[in-house]
Design a protein around this ligand. Structure first.
Ligand code: ARG
Length: 472
């Protein structure tokens, strides 16, 4: 199971969630390519304080809504009392108020608790919030070519909590410390202090640890996976150390079950600080994608190789490659600088450069086919010069790159491989007159080599989660 995406319902997707989606999608695709059965789960944040905040704010604005009438016993309306844009405005407003107003915050905490305890009207509102925001999230993830098998969330773990708590208590894994229920997870070899894993707060409320542990219980029951891979901001590492240790210690998973944390670094702006809009606000994902696409569109139109009606679509394809390659070509755990200009460049170690190389190969193959010939005939002959030999050697590395890239959950290894491969191809291309070659056997051999090169490059970019246009 790959646990990635991790968007929070009712909050707009921002660039912080971009990395999890991009890296997780790639790891999932690599695993599948190697023959594993891989399930991608978005694991939505759908159970926390943000829900209580929205409910509280709605109540202030429209106290007359039937959801707030405790004596109401009928069916609640099917239509949500808000649109997605209203929802996106409500959350930040509520969150700001709760930071200034203690009473407001307490109301929101109380609403969160009541929701979790099953209060009917709040449950109905929660269903509306979920429906509206999941619809919007699906739209955004699909623009990124990120696709989940499961749309589960923290709330789905809730029903596993009571039994899990009983089990932890009964088997003496958990004990009460200052009112809270905790499990010790420190180990002798620790060089820094690993605090106990808190299962329940003193007021009985569950925490992020609790939902993550209960989700392990649920995944064990439903899938009994060999491995669960979590693709989450590296600042959450301690949380996962605690959760993993607790799950192993309490035998909630087998000893051999791998629990892996792929912690990623922060995406920074050119100033080296977390990415912001020009006005200094939180950068929304939609806006970031639009900015990249505009930049790509300009470049593609300048090139004039694509007719106008296709230019927009091509810009989107190349734009996605620019974003994904820009991210994936860095080691996941490192912070990186999101540089629109560099990422959209057709030269250097970029997504557009890789696509440009693929498109170049495709156009040679197309011309060859226009001569009425089949590019899949003939055998590859011995290399005639160093650049051809180098290209062959690069191509032969494919298997020895993909398997370890998955083992190490390191998509950047695929990026650096295809960058070397694209360079090897381009050197070969500049030294070799392929289509005007008079020796037919030689020409066929080179064409076959090109087909192989295109296939390897296209397979690799598919593993990274993007694709190449026919022309650009
Ligand atoms: N919703 C969380 C966040 O925005 C990420 C969830 C990561 N996955 C997990 N199983 N905890 O920080």
């Amino acid at each position: 199971i790959v646990d990635y995406g991790g968007a929070n319902a009712a909050k707009p997707l921002h660039v912080g969630h971009l990395r999890s989606a991009i890296i997780g999608e790639s790891i999932k695709r690599m695993g599948r390519f190697l023959g594993h059965k891989v399930i991608g789960d978005v694991h939505l944040g759908d159970w926390g304080l943000q829900m209580g905040l929205i409910i509280t704010e709605l109540k202030k604005r429209s106290p007359e809504l039937v959801y707030f009438d405790d004596s109401f016993e009928g069916d609640y309306p099917e239509e949500a009392p808000f649109t997605v844009s209203e929802l996106e405005e409500i959350y930040p407003a509520a969150s700001a108020k709760s930071k200034e107003d203690e009473a407001y915050k307490n109301e929101a905490l109380e609403a969160t608790l009541q929701l979790q305890q099953g209060k009917r009207g709040y449950r109905a509102l929660w269903n509306h919030i979920m429906k509206v925001s999941v619809e919007d999230l699906k739209k955004n993830y699909s623009k990124l070519h990120v696709d989940f098998d499961l749309w589960m969330g923290e709330s789905d773990a809730d029903r596993y909590i009571p039994d899990m708590v009983d089990y932890l208590k009964k088997n003496n894994y958990a004990y009460v410390d200052q009112g809270a229920l905790v499990v010790d997870v420190k180990e002798e070899s620790d060089t820094k202090e690993i605090p106990p894993c808190m299962i329940l707060k003193s007021d009985g409320a569950s925490l992020y640890n609790t939902t993550d542990l209960a989700t392990i219980v649920q995944r064990e029951e439903d899938y009994h996976p060999d491995e669960i891979i979590y693709v989450v901001d590296k600042r959450q590492e301690l949380h996962f150390v605690q959760v993993f240790r607790c799950a192993k210690k309490a035998k909630m998973v087998e000893e051999k079950t791998a629990l892996s944390f792929v912690g990623f670094g922060t995406m920074n702006g050119k100033d080296g600080k977390p990415f912001k809009t020009r006005e200094g606000g939180v950068m929304r994902l939609e806006r970031l994608i639009a900015e990249i696409n505009d930049e790509m569109y300009k470049k593609i139109v300048e090139n004039r190789s694509v007719k106008d009606e296709n230019a927009q679509k091509t810009a989107e394809m190349v734009g996605l490659a620019a974003i994904k390659y820009g991210d994936l070509s860095n080691q996941a755990s490192k912070d990186y600088i999101f540089d629109v200009e560099r990422f959209t460049s057709f030269e250097g170690n970029t997504g557009p450069y890789i696509l440009y190389t693929i498109v170049r190969i495709k156009s040679i193959l197309e011309k060859y086919m226009q001569e009425g010939k089949n590019p899949n005939e003939g055998t590859i002959l011995e290399a005639v010069n160093d650049s051809e030999k180098n290209l062959m050697l690069e191509l032969s590395k494919f298997n020895s790159v993909i398997a370890p890239a998955f083992e190490e959950k390191a998509p950047h290894k695929i990026c650096s491989y295809i960058y070397d491969l694209a360079n090897a191809f381009n050197s070969f291309y500049h030294e070799t007159k392929i289509l005007s070659e008079s020796n037919e056997e030689q020409k066929k051999s080179w064409i076959r080599l090109l087909v192989l090169c295109r296939d390897v490059l296209e397979t690799c970019i598919d593993l990274l989660g993007f694709e190449a246009p026919e022309r650009m």
